[in-house]
Design a protein. Structure first.
Length: 229
């Protein structure tokens, strides 16, 4: 049975948070706001829950969802071999629209799909999303839409596409608050130099203020740099 809550109302917000925690604990999916668009969320450590999320979107294991975390301290528990550049980017742009691809901690028992030993992490700049993450721990979260269709900017938009495959819908007004939806920028930090693999809310020049060796999509390391140990 699907439940809907208007989190712009204080009483409904409290009830919605409780319902979301219960749904996540029961391996079900929840739709929640983020700072970019609305997302469909599931327990990152439950293969059953992640499979339900992917099925709801009509997406296969070849497109694993990123993981949202509540705070920077969670980073080292989920990723290993974190470069200095990755830490600089996380410290500067989290919470915010930056997703970092990192090497996953090998001891973690999760199955997000065909990740090749990596995990994509982000802290959303959204109070409601982080409140839920504080209560549930890391969540696998993907945009709340059927694969190939426009991202949802309200919970009602998400419900039109996802229907009863989601247990709880949390409405908190339009996301983003202003302008058109723009996804997070994704940076792969698992190679010799950080590489942008998807341009989004943060531009290359803004990121290069901190990390001058950042590569654009398709750009190669200079030969001299590539030979460095």
């Amino acid at each position: 049975m699907t439940s809907r809550f208007d989190c712009q109302d204080e009483t409904d917000r409290a009830a919605g948070l409780d319902a979301a925690r219960e749904a996540i604990a029961s391996k079900q999916c929840v739709v929640l706001p983020t700072d970019t668009v609305y997302g469909i969320a599931a327990d990152a450590f439950s293969p059953q829950a992640v499979a339900t999320l992917l099925a709801a979107k009509g997406r296969g294991r070849s497109m694993p969802p990123p993981v949202l975390i509540p705070r920077l301290a969670t980073l080292d528990g989920l990723a290993t071999g974190i470069s200095a550049e990755a830490r600089l980017l996380a410290n500067e742009f989290w919470p915010g629209p930056l997703t970092l691809i990192l090497r996953a901690q090998p001891s973690l028992t999760w199955d997000l799909g065909e990740t090749r030993g990596t995990v994509a992490l982000r802290i959303p700049d959204d109070a409601l999303a982080r409140e839920i993450l504080d209560a549930t721990g890391p969540l696998a979260v993907s945009s709340a839409n059927r694969s190939g269709r426009p991202a949802a900017t309200t919970a009602a938009d998400a419900e039109e596409q996802l229907g009863e495959s989601v247990a709880v819908y949390l409405e908190d007004g339009r996301r983003p608050h202003e302008g058109e939806p723009v996804p997070s920028t994704i940076v792969d930090c698992t190679g010799d130099a950080p590489r942008v693999v998807r341009l989004g809310a943060l531009g290359v020049e803004e990121l290069r203020r901190l990390v001058p060796n950042l590569l654009e999509p398709g750009e190669e390391l200079e030969e001299e740099t590539a030979r460095r140990p």
